[in-house]
Design a protein around this ligand. Structure first.
Ligand code: EPZ
Length: 421
């Protein structure tokens, strides 16, 4: 059954929201558990559709999954039952491509469907494949599948990524942990999730240095072992609720949010006129004045402005005092929220990779369509501040990345409800 969300406008969000575990760390962390035949326990795993999909795939590969509680999972892959990631899984969730590096490292063979495109862009995996070939994997593309094998194991080497790739970095990190010799990743992703991912791999016995910088060195080891690990808070979820507080002129404590994971974003909000204050147990966000200053941004790899907060920021600029430009440098088609926001009265024109947003007095509630994870949540945020009621359709996009969204918003004074259509 398809679900939609009714959002009543004109609310002010006030209260506290506990940030869940980071989706974009939980996904690679789940995959990393197949690198060893020993159990790995992950804590603070967010309860999301993408996590459930990936657990199903790992189960097919041969991983036994047991929930100790709603957010603590123990995974153990005593042996690999199937080294295949079928099209049906990978097309639904492109992060499944992460099993490629782990299966080649553990099992010396992998058959992984090419992810195909996705709503926000082509999202190729050519850099993942090239890097594995440089490490000695023999790779062929047959019938839409990546057929990879490394019968004698992988060999460490220097790999310079021509462009920063988050899951590309993570895929090669996993492959390199069990390779012979040393691998150096140059132009590696520096996201907090990648840095934490390296901590997990080192806790499993890997020998990684330079995590969080653009050059990461991995000394291959013979095997990895089990461990326990806590997933860091989700900075993108936190940033999303910061914007929701800002547009509704509310005041929210983002519990467990780590300011240093969103420095560039919080500094931008401070220039816009939204206070973002680091406090003991998180970050306190509230408007400093009635004016929302127009501040132009460009998305960039970490530590720049996160592409995953671009759609949400566009909503904030749609009610600013003036005009601001928003340039999307990471994905080629990440403005699908724009036509939907325009239906709510936003004044936005897109030229190439730049959206020019001119603030309007107010947005008006409307029926709108979610298209991808972050675009969907930007429509909910717009609904919170719009006049009247907004209906957001195709909620399955939202459930991929936001745990208990309605509960979290309604606990702060929103009126949001989900219904079957
Ligand atoms: C990760 O995607 C995140 N997903 C994305 O979050 C995030 O938007 C993105 O990084 C950028 O920060 C996960 O971590 C699971 P990339 P990823 O490889 O790794 C191109 C969300 O909303 N590219 O860093 O797939 C690619 O097309 C999601 O939570 C190639 O051309 O992104 C893109 O334009 C959305 N060839 C750019 O690089 C490759 O081999 C950056 O992609 C790899 C990437």
């Amino acid at each position: 059954m398809l679900q939609s969300m009714r959002v009543v406008g004109g609310c002010r969000l006030e209260g506290e929201i506990r940030v869940s575990g980071a989706k974009n760390l939980a996904l690679p962390a789940l995959v990393a558990t197949i690198l060893t035949d020993k159990p790995v326990t992950l804590r603070n795993v967010p309860n999301l559709a993408d996590v459930k999909s990936l657990l199903e795939l790992l189960n097919c590969i041969g991983t036994e999954v047991s929930y100790n509680d709603k957010h603590t999972i123990t995974l153990s892959t005593r042996s690999i039952k199937s080294a295949t990631a079928p099209y049906d899984f990978v097309r639904k969730m492109r992060a499944s491509i992460l099993v490629l590096g782990a299966l080649i490292a553990r099992h010396k063979q992998a058959t992984v469907s090419l992810p195909g495109g996705c709503a926000i862009g082509a999202r190729g995996v050519d850099l993942h494949i090239k890097a594995l070939e440089m490490m000695g994997a023999e790779i062929a593309i047959e019938n839409g599948y990546i057929e990879a094998k490394a019968p004698n194991g992988l060999i460490g080497c220097d790999i310079a990524f021509p462009m920063t790739t988050v899951t590309g970095t993570e895929n090669i990190l996993m492959a390199a942990t069990l390779a012979k010799g040393t691998t150096r990743l140059i132009n590696a992703a520096m996201e907090p999730e990648v840095e934490a991912f390296c901590e997990l791999l080192n806790k499993m016995g890997a020998r990684i240095s330079g995590a969080g910088t653009s050059v990461i060195t991995i000394e291959g080891v013979d095997e990895l072992h089990g461990t326990e690990f806590e997933i860091i808070p989700d900075r993108i979820e936190a940033g999303t609720y910061a914007i929701a507080a800002a547009v509704t002129n509310g005041k929210i404590l983002l519990k467990d949010c780590r300011y240093e994971h969103l420095t560039s974003f919080f500094e931008t909000l401070n220039s816009v006129g939204v206070a973002c204050e680091k406090v003991d147990n998180g970050v306190l966000v509230y408007r400093k004045s009635d004016e929302i200053q127009p501040i132009s941004i460009q998305t960039a790899p970490y530590p720049g402005f996160p592409t995953d907060l671009q759609a949400q920021y566009t909503v904030l600029m749609s009610i600013c005092n003036g005009s601001a430009s928003i340039t999307e440098n990471i994905f080629e088609n990440r403005f699908m929220h724009v036509p939907e926001l325009a239906r709510m009265g936003a004044n936005i024109s897109v030229q190439g990779k730049t959206a020019l947003v001119t603030g309007v007095e107010k947005l008006k509630g409307a029926q709108v369509m979610a298209t991808d994870l972050r675009a969907s949540v930007s429509l909910v945020i717009a609904g919170l501040v719009a006049e009247g009621e907004t209906i957001v359709n195709r909620l399955y996009h939202l459930d991929r990345g936001y745990e208990n969204l309605e509960e979290k918003l309604n606990a702060c004074g929103a009126h949001v409800e989900r219904f079957e259509v």
